[in-house]
Design a protein around this ligand. Structure first.
Ligand SMILES: C[S@@+](CC[C@H](N)C(=O)[O-])C[C@H]1O[C@@H](n2cnc3c(N)ncnc32)[C@H](O)[C@@H]1O
Length: 245
């Protein structure tokens, strides 16, 4: 099954990683494919200090340290930092990635502590409130970059009038936080706090999500596959949104 996860033409950096290792760390679909695509718009340079917000079990933090030579703070609410630290040591990045338990609205950092903040498949849990961009950008240096990859729709739920049944059956009300790329562009741009450098729906997003889920073994696997197959790519994908402060 994991052979199907080898996509070197689309994701050359990720294709160096063991797919079985990634699937064992799985908390959501294809985090490294999302991050590799997102990072094309983040201008990461060696030595930069990067916050990986909602870092989960830590695959994305390992990737950031190894592929871009950045110093990473891996901040997450549900995952024990001791468990993440073990992973970072095993992956040979212990000196460059620090794991912290943190709630996204009460972050234990100084203002302007980071050159970049990335959030992969996590921002939808805490970042849709009007006030959140002002909060999170406090932790960016002037000129710093914010980049998120988040489940997204081709049409707003508000315009559809309801959460479509095949999506509701899988994730319930949580899909209310799944927006279009244009929604994110406006939501950030209107604040004047950042310049949005890119807000796009990932063209491969639905197919990648299905390919990844079919190869995996998470408890919700069958429900997610049913949602994606019913969707046929008509609505569901991921939005990749980047901005500079
Ligand atoms: C779907 S998982 C994705 C994890 C990882 N980024 C990945 O792609 O594998 C979502 C993550 O968001 C984190 N999260 C959710 N709500 C949070 C909050 N309020 N503050 C910090 N992290 C949060 C969870 O702890 C979880 O690890």
């Amino acid at each position: 099954m994991t052979r199907q996860l080898h996509q070197p033409d689309l994701y050359p950096l990720t294709s160096k990683y063991d797919a079985a290792w990634l699937l064992d760390l799985d908390m959501g679909p294809n985090p490294l494919w999302l991050l590799e695509d997102l990072a094309r718009g983040l201008a990461l340079q060696p030595g930069m200090r990067v916050l990986d917000l909602g870092s989960g079990r830590g695959a994305t933090s390992v990737f950031l340290a190894r592929e871009f030579g950045v110093e990473v703070v891996a901040a997450d609410l549900w995952v024990d930092p001791a468990q993440a630290s073990t992973l970072f040591a095993e992956a040979g990045v212990a000196g460059r990635v620090e794991a912290v338990r943190a709630e996204a609205h009460a972050l234990p950092f100084e203002p302007a502590a980071f050159d970049a903040i990335v959030s992969i498949d996590a921002y939808e849990y805490f970042g849709t409130a009007d006030s959140y961009l002002a909060y999170i950008t406090r932790f960016l240096k002037p000129g710093g970059r914010l980049g998120i990859a988040t489940p997204a729709m081709r049409q707003e739920v508000r315009d559809l009038g309801e959460i479509p049944a095949h999506i509701r059956a899988c994730v319930g009300w949580e899909a209310a936080a799944w927006h279009t790329a244009e929604w994110w562009r406006f939501h950030w741009a209107i604040t004047g706090l950042v310049s949005v450098t890119s807000a796009r729906l990932q063209e491969t997003g639905w197919a990648d999500w299905l390919r990844w889920t079919r190869a995996g073994h998470t408890p919700d696997r069958d429900r997610v596959i049913a949602m994606l197959e019913a969707d046929r790519g008509d609505l569901l994908s991921f939005a990749l949104v980047t901005a500079v402060k």
